[in-house]
Write a protein that binds this ligand. Structure first.
Ligand SMILES: [Fe+2]
Ligand SMILES: [Fe+2]
Length: 292
């Protein structure tokens, strides 16, 4: 599906529910990939699981480009969109920055975690698509670290410290974990109101369970990768799939019978080092061969 500029769109083809994350369009190589990203069918939907970029203008360019091509685009923020980057003329911080992005998406016709959850009625449906913004709370700590302070101390000792510490401001919350907990509580209430007879696709920038972070090259980085408070959400909220990114390790793992699909592109130095070119976007529905 990537770089198929010369393949005409099949307007009669069955629609696909597709997903991608971590486009990081500040890199020209990644920007080119987004510029060439096309649906297979005119009715394809695209889920964008965060880390589109850092600058508001870059994020807007990417989401507008995708919205012009896909029938529906659904976005959830990554940590990078929430940075107040020194190169960005938009100086908003924290929640104000998030709400600014939500307003931008609404202008573009992109669905956000603040909008009614859309229902995919295509092949494999119906499923409720729930874009989530939950952040992290430093509970995925390194072995032996009993508290956030101990986990962070380990990170600073090893030099593996996420740039969020200096660029992702939690305003008006006192810290990032408080923002996370407010998001978790509000989102949990909303998901609990869904019709339990319809399955969900849960999309969040971070995995809802810790297990996928076990393969990180630097285990200290897991602190910035999710929260233990969502460990049973894929079961409680009837997920047909969980879609995430952030780890830059594209793969599918299974938890309680639910596929967790990491759909990232990642940095050029990462995807260029792999033997095969990136497969973008990834298909979520209909389920293909080798996926239950
Ligand atoms: Fe990323
Ligand atoms: Fe990220």
């Amino acid at each position: 599906m990537c770089d198929d500029r010369d393949v005409p769109l099949d307007r009669g083809a069955a629609p696909n529910l597709l997903a991608v994350s971590d486009l990081h369009v500040a890199f020209p190589e990644n920007r080119e990939i987004v510029a060439n990203l096309r649906p297979e069918s005119a009715a394809d939907w695209l889920l964008v699981a965060g880390d589109v970029g850092e600058l508001i203008a870059d994020i807007e360019w990417a989401l507008r480009t995708l919205r012009e091509r896909f029938a529906t685009v659904v976005w959830a923020p990554g940590n990078h969109e929430l940075w107040t980057h020194r190169a960005d003329p938009v100086r908003l911080r924290g929640e104000q920055r998030y709400l600014h992005l939500v307003e931008m998406c609404r202008r573009l016709g992109v669905i956000t975690p603040e909008d009614p959850y859309p229902v995919w009625e295509g092949p494999g449906g119906p499923v409720t698509i729930a874009p989530l913004f939950l952040l992290y709370d430093y509970t995925f700590r390194p072995p032996g670290a009993a508290t956030k302070a101990a986990g962070l101390a380990r990170a600073y000792e090893t030099g593996v410290v996420c740039s969020d510490e200096s660029m992702l401001h939690p305003d008006p919350y006192p810290n990032r974990e408080s923002w996370c907990w407010a998001r978790v509580e509000a989102t949990e209430r909303r998901l609990a109101q869904l019709d339990s007879g319809i399955r969900t696709i849960l999309m969040n920038h971070f995995p809802l369970v810790r297990e996928p972070t076990r393969v990180l090259r630097y285990p200290e980085f897991a602190q910035w990768c999710g929260t233990e408070r969502t460990a049973d959400w894929h079961v409680r909220f009837n997920a047909a799939a969980m879609v995430y990114g952030h780890l830059h390790i594209p793969r599918t793992t299974w938890h309680d019978g639910v596929p967790f699909q990491e759909v990232s592109l990642g940095y050029p130095r990462e995807w260029q080092a792999r033997r095969d070119p990136p497969v973008l976007p990834q298909r979520i529905l209909p389920v293909g061969c080798g996926q239950g």
